[in-house]
Design a protein around this ligand. Sequence first.
Ligand code: FAD
Length: 403
Amino acid sequence: MRETCVIVGAGQCGAQAAASLRENGFQGRIVLIGEERHAPYQRPPLSKGYLAGELAPERIELRPASFYAERDIERVLGTRVEAIDRAAGCVRLADGRTQGFDKLLLATGSRPRRLQAPGAELPGVYVLRTRDDADAIRAEWAPGRRLAIIGGGYIGLEVAAVAVTMGLQVTVLEAAGRVLSRVTSPPLSAYFEQVHRRRGVEIHCGVAVTGFEGDVRLRAVVCGGERIAADVAVVGIGIVPNVELARDAGLPCDDGIVVDECCRTADERIFAAGDCTNHPNPLLGRRVRLESVQNATDQAKAAAANLCGKARTYAEVPWFWSHQYDLRLQTVGLVNGYDQIVERGDRARNAFALFYLRDGRLTAVDAVNMPREYMACRRLLPQKARLDPARLADASVPIQELM
Ligand code: FAD
């Protein structure tokens, strides 16, 4: 009998895992089940080029339909998996069918955190996770309309950049003392705040949104005693990993589905990868839950190899990017736990890098329009070498010489 591997979640991770299973020589059935009706697509453009109307839907698809057909990857789209029956070795689908598995990969991703506030369900209040979300938001936009963005994280700021460029009046409301506080350092936050303000985006930090007002649709965002008039709001206050399937099947979850360094859950037939996991990273020396294309792709590759019986440890340096206006921010490592920041380049020319060191060793880098520094640091970081801050800061010293 042919073995069956079921993948739940047809996003970045699920689609990559299906492809990687075949690359690793998996001969059995691959059944890729996804709740969304669209073919697997990239999410990053949803807050960038796709939202700006620069990319057609086909341009954001991860792979053409022929790719799956040629590799005999069965796609079951527009179908939610409701439950895992571990004893019977099958998953139960929303339409009542069941699908047996010998091996199962959970690539269920994450969903936007909802703001628990009165009026959050009013028409005109959106979150941004799916292509359908982006289409709905975009349909509301016209020059002069007032857009309130709740949350000054990457998604909020990317949406702000697209919207203000299209002529909307944009206000960003951030609860923390600075934008991007969860993911980067105060100097980079200050830089991005200044960039957006210069383009006409209003940014208010330290502001807690307490509700939304409107009769038939949104009219204002409420922050305590204050009301900010708004025609449309986008709430971007972080994500929640989709762990319910695993949890209800009795698999350990702790801010993500708990997996080992081989992407295996507590059940040796069941693996998990991507946004939905809490996994160990040997290079960082701790467990993490990451929200990035890098993690979804690389963990999918590792999971696929392990599903094929090849012992493969998942150990990659995290990297991430964001695109706002003509700025390409590229980050390597996680920006926390540093004791020194070294700057190279020229902020005024919008080409600079911030190197984060702990005990003289590189732990992370934020590079704005400095791809060479970013690429070099992807190789430099795992070496954990001590670096000379003076040479690091000196843009006349080629970054490669520091390696
Ligand atoms: P997802 O992409 O979330 O895919 C999971 C899929 O599983 C979904 O389609 C979901 O519907 C499906 N699913 C869940 N539960 C079930 C179920 N029970 N049954 C069937 N299907 C199910 N990352 C970057 O590195 N750089 C960026 O610039 C960047 N920009 C982003 C911009 C936006 C607007 C968003 C939303 C994300 C961005 N990300 C970015 C993050 C990145 O897209 C995610 O980390 C990545 O998509 C995670 O992949 P995943 O496959 O783990 O999860």
